[in-house]
Design a protein around this ligand. Structure first.
Ligand code: FAD
Length: 519
């Protein structure tokens, strides 16, 4: 996947694209996979990096959503459980079966949560990941040795999917490219091209070179997450806002706070949210919050009160009682929730997705969640092709293997998440064994990954590599800052950038990484 080649394809296009997708998060990338695999001429434009927005900042669960079951939204749970099953089949290198313990401290919690989770199992049917079961207090402590033992009556064990969000995003991009799609990062849509009130394409600006493009298409899809309203206003400056953004943060701490493989799920915190403690890349992720916000930013920051909230609740359940000084990284994401008028209680807004067709023909898809990206993509491509009068073509993504698919991912290998690309990385190391060296003693990444990401995964900046090709920034922000000069040097060597580029990249990255560090 080479950016220069992608841009050349745009320059070489003489006619119209069938479908242009604005936004390269889960929703846009899913739509690109769907449209290109149906055989439509597909172009995706992302203003920053793929998954720079919400799609790299999730809780990393491919889940039916136990909370949606509590809310009585059975159809969303059913749809999500089905999608979970399909994704585990289509991307076994990126999605895995995760066990969760729901600790029970009150007498009624055992039967209540067991019943709820049995219903969850039944709804999953054949695509279930394993039956929920009741555990005695002793067995619960054997599963999670660091759970607060005082008053523990037992627990319920259940199963859901866990994944690496930005790695799935990159693999979706590669899947679409393999199917003939053209996908460009750092290409911002600045306006829509219109004729007789109908959308005919987009104006776009290359954020790296400054070059401007006018690109024609039969259908334009707006998949810009929390930025949805800004594209709707390009279409109709008088349109009312439909997005209520809600911030959720996570903090990352060391593995010894939760040493085993089982996660903890706290079904109800003070504000009625679910709190997770999840093993992730040999660290522990704690989250999340649901805070209504007004500012929409590509780099939202964790608020003090959100951090305090998570630490306070985690301390109730983990014997190690993590403190501020234990935080390796804190990251925030914005949920693109579709307005229901209640901007104070965003936890109550539905996680269903919304599809809107404007009189101009602009098709907007928003809301939803990572888990349902495939179904969202199917729905939006069906609608966009109808609106644009494209020849009808069947969706094939239910059984389409995602790039990197392998039969049995060797999960013990630190490079396992590259799936079928893993041998390519090994070849880079075989050719130059120095590239097998680690980038930082506290992180699992080696130098060859920088070469690979620059060569084949369209990493354009140090941030792209540290934040989304690997998860260094999210796992240990300080360590990621310390390895930035070496990452910049290796990227520059691979892509032919000069010393100025290195200097600028290291400075910019250092500023970014400091906002993920909590003092
Ligand atoms: P985004 O990922 O934000 O993508 C939109 C993209 O559009 C951005 O990359 C942006 O740069 C680009 N863009 C905007 N304007 C332009 C323009 N003019 N030109 C070009 N590009 C543009 N879901 C789950 O299934 N499981 C979970 O565990 C989970 N946890 C979550 C936890 C939190 C804290 C949050 C916030 C969300 C969570 N979600 C989860 C939901 C899920 O992450 C989101 O629904 C999903 O990532 C949204 O993807 P998106 O593509 O719609 O938006």
């Amino acid at each position: 996947m080479k950016r220069s080649k992608m841009i050349q394809s745009v320059r070489d296009m003489t006619g119209k694209w069938d479908i242009i997708i604005i936004g390269g998060g889960a929703t846009g990338l899913g739509a690109a996979v769907d449209a290109s695999s149906r055989g439509y001429k597909t172009l995706l434009l992302e203003m920053a990096d793929f998954a720079k927005g919400t799609s790299s900042r999730s809780t990393k669960l491919i889940h039916g959503g136990v909370r949606y079951l509590q809310q009585g939204n059975v159809s969303l749970v059913l749809e999500s459980l089905r999608e979970r099953g399909l994704l585990i089949k289509n991307a076994p290198h990126l999605v895995r079966n995760q066990s969760f313990l729901v600790p029970c401290y009150k007498w009624w919690e055992g039967p209540y949560y067991w019943l709820g989770l049995r219903i969850y199992d039944i709804l999953a049917g054949e695509l279930g990941l394993g039956p929920s079961k009741h555990l005695s207090s002793k067995k619960a402590r054997a599963e999670v040795s660091t759970i607060t033992p005082s008053g523990l009556r037992g627990g319920i064990m259940y199963y859901d999917g866990q994944f690496d969000d930005s790695r799935l995003a990159i693999n979706l991009a590669k899947t679409s490219v393999k199917e003939g799609g053209v996908l460009i990062n750092y290409m911002k849509v600045t306006d829509l091209l219109k004729s007789s009130g109908k959308v005919q394409g987009v104006k776009a600006k290359d954020m790296l070179s400054g070059e401007e493009h006018e690109i024609k298409a039969r259908a334009v899809i707006n998949a810009t997450g929390v930025f949805t309203d800004s594209v709707l206003k390009m279409d109709d400056p008088g349109s009312s806002s439909i997005i209520t953004p809600s911030q959720g943060i996570h903090i990352v701490i060391d593995k010894h706070f939760l040493p085993g493989d089982t996660a903890i799920m706290i079904p109800k915190t003070q504000d009625g949210r679910i709190l997770f403690a999840l093993p992730w890349h040999n660290k522990v992720m704690l989250g999340t919050t649901d805070t209504p916000v007004e500012d929409i930013s590509s780099e939202p920051e964790a608020m003090e009160r959100e951090i305090d909230f998570i630490l306070k609740h985690a301390a109730e359940y983990l014997v190690g009682k993590p403190e501020r000084s234990d935080i390796r990284s804190a990251f925030a994401g914005l949920r693109p929730l579709v307005t229901n008028g209640d901007t104070d209680n965003t936890a109550a807004i539905s996680r269903d997705h919304s599809l809107i067709v404007a009189p101009s023909g602009l098709v907007t898809i928003t809301g939803g969640k990572w888990t349902t990206y495939r179904k969202m993509a199917e729905d939006v491509v069906n609608r966009a092709s109808e609106v644009a009068g494209l020849p009808s073509k069947e969706c094939v993504t239910e059984s389409l293997r995602i790039h990197g698919w392998i039969d049995e991912a060797a999960k013990k290998d630190p490079l396992y998440y590259y799936g079928a690309d893993r041998p390519e990385l090994k070849r880079i190391i075989d050719k130059d064994p120095e590239l097998g060296e680690p980038l930082h003693e506290r992180l699992p990444y080696v130098k060859a990954e920088v070469v690979w990401a620059t060569r084949s995964e369209m990493a354009m900046t140090v941030e792209d590599f540290n934040s989304r090709r690997t998860r260094a920034l999210f796992l240990d922000a300080k360590a990621s800052e310390e390895m930035a000069p070496e990452v910049a040097r290796l990227m520059a060597e691979e892509a032919g950038y000069d010393d100025n580029w290195i200097k600028h990249q290291v400075k910019a990255y250092s500023e970014l990484a400091s906002s993920y560090q909590i003092s």
